[in-house]
Design a protein around this ligand. Structure first.
Ligand SMILES: [Fe+2]
Length: 470
């Protein structure tokens, strides 16, 4: 028994040493292009009659249940669901025991049309005044059709509050999407940072677009009903289809997926900020105006001044389109946003910029390109210790397939890249350390293919100095 424990301890220490070495290599210029080639599964959507899209039994039973953080600091959730036959009650009953739902909150009901498709009755209910770090059980629906779920609230805002985020992008509803989601659900993730492109329903025509938004809601429920998904919009949420008479951007998304944008004084549901545990998370929209003086630009400028690294040392920015990407797919599509915001990200020492869009995985070194000014200066990114790490996790598994052609040679700013499906986890341990993994879907298995122990850009400055001495 003792020997086995020792061996386990040794293995753990070995793992830690490997991780520390990896973290030390964070600033190394060597980049790695993984040569892993996975068995190719067809990137086709799962048929609608598959059990993963099953409609819950019972008259008017709530379906497509999902939650998101409902306020700035994590003491509220927004519970959303759809009923299809009649509106029914928009009430969430909840409590701390599975058998006692002593409190309730009242929501709102909306519906909409998209071309000739008519949505179900979409419920959004704010449940607030919750205690931190507590498991709540909740019930929605009526009589025999009522359904029960649960969620955990995060720890209170504290610089050393540990919290584990899942990172998923470009998910879609294929067998690869299901593999990604199931692998994520095996992790210790407590909330999902979703990087845009949810359903890929816009690849369908006419009324099938709305139908595939519905099926995706039922697909994601297995995770999204039990932990908050923090939503970022992608190009597949725009749904600009003048040929169908539909020109209002994000129409399907905004009706179905609530965000707590008012809590961060945002004027638009597709950009906002939340604080959770020891992290300040800023969500941007790549597909809304962001040039100087636009609402999003002004809001971001203001929000960055509110970040208090003494309370939330981890500063994380989400956007759909990556600012640094060495894949041939979507190359430089984020350049205009990079020009608009990169100097702020360096000035405020953002820890991570998380993006999707490119259907592959990539991690950058800490680099910046803020000296370029068209007429003079460096035009190439250079190492910059104040710069964020750029993580592209657009490999959820949608029907468009992988972006398998990387630029060759690998640019110096690119640390690791691989064209496989997967997801990431970011395990914030305290104010200085966060353990990051990218998990490749190796067909039926979850394989950790990239691991880094990241040091916080604000709190770990001294720690970095100490590491260099040893
Ligand atoms: Fe995209």
């Amino acid at each position: 028994m003792f020997k086995r424990t020792s061996a386990r301890n040794w293995s753990f220490q070995f793992l830690l040493i490997c991780l520390v070495l990896l973290s030390c290599a964070e600033d190394s210029k060597a980049g790695l292009t993984s040569t892993f080639i996975r068995q190719l599964w067809p990137s086709t959507d799962i048929p609608l009659d598959n059990e993963v899209f099953a409609v819950p039994t019972g008259h008017n039973a709530p379906q497509q249940v999902h939650i998101t953080q409902g306020d700035y600091d994590g003491k509220a959730v927004i519970v959303s669901w759809v009923t299809t036959e009649i509106p029914g009650p928009s009430k969430v009953q909840y409590g701390k025991s599975e058998h006692q739902y002593q409190w309730s909150a009242e929501g709102t009901i909306t519906n909409y049309t998209f071309y000739q498709y008519k949505s179900g009755y979409i419920h959004h209910c704010l449940v607030d005044g919750l205690e931190y770090d507590t498991k709540y059980y909740y019930k929605i629906g009526m009589g025999d059709s009522a359904r029960k779920f649960w969620f955990h609230t995060p720890p209170k805002i504290d610089p050393d509050a540990a919290h584990t985020f899942g990172i998923i992008g470009d998910l879609g509803q294929t067998y690869n999407s299901l593999s990604t989601l199931e692998h994520y659900m095996q992790s210790k993730g407590q909330a999902v940072l979703f990087l845009g492109d949810l359903s890929y329903a816009d690849r369908y025509t006419e009324n099938d677009i709305g139908i595939r938004w519905d099926s995706w809601g039922r697909f994601a429920e297995r995770s999204a009903a039990y932990q908050p998904w923090i939503w970022t919009v992608g190009n597949h949420e725009i749904d600009y289809m003048p040929e169908l008479g539909e020109v209002g951007p994000f129409k399907n998304f905004i009706h179905r997926y609530a965000t707590p944008f008012l809590a961060s004084k945002s004027s638009d549901p597709v950009w906002y900020a939340i604080r959770r545990a020891s992290a300040h998370i800023i969500v941007l929209s790549s597909y809304s105006p962001f040039v100087t003086y636009t609402p999003q630009w002004r809001w971001l400028r203001e929000e960055l001044t509110k970040v208090d690294r003494e309370k939330t040392p981890w500063l994380i920015v989400l956007m759909h389109v990556p600012l640094y990407n060495s894949n041939e797919a979507h190359f430089m599509e984020g350049e205009s946003m990079r020009v608009a915001f990169e100097s702020w990200f360096v000035q405020y020492k953002v820890d991570f910029i998380l993006s999707g869009h490119v259907h592959a995985y990539e991690r950058s070194h800490r680099i910046s390109n803020i000296h370029y000014n068209v007429s003079a200066g460096d035009a190439y990114p250079v190492p910059d210790k104040s710069a964020p790490v750029y993580l592209t996790v657009g490999d959820g598994g949608n029907q468009e397939g992988l972006a398998s052609t990387f630029m060759d040679p690998q640019p110096e700013y690119s640390a690791f890249r691989e064209a496989s499906y997967g997801h990431s986890t970011l395990e914030i341990m305290n104010r200085t350390h966060a353990l990051y993994h990218w998990h490749r879907n190796d067909d039926n298995n979850k394989v950790t293919a990239d691991s880094v122990m990241f040091l916080n850009q604000y709190s770990a400055t001294n720690c970095i100095g100490e590491k260099k001495k040893t």
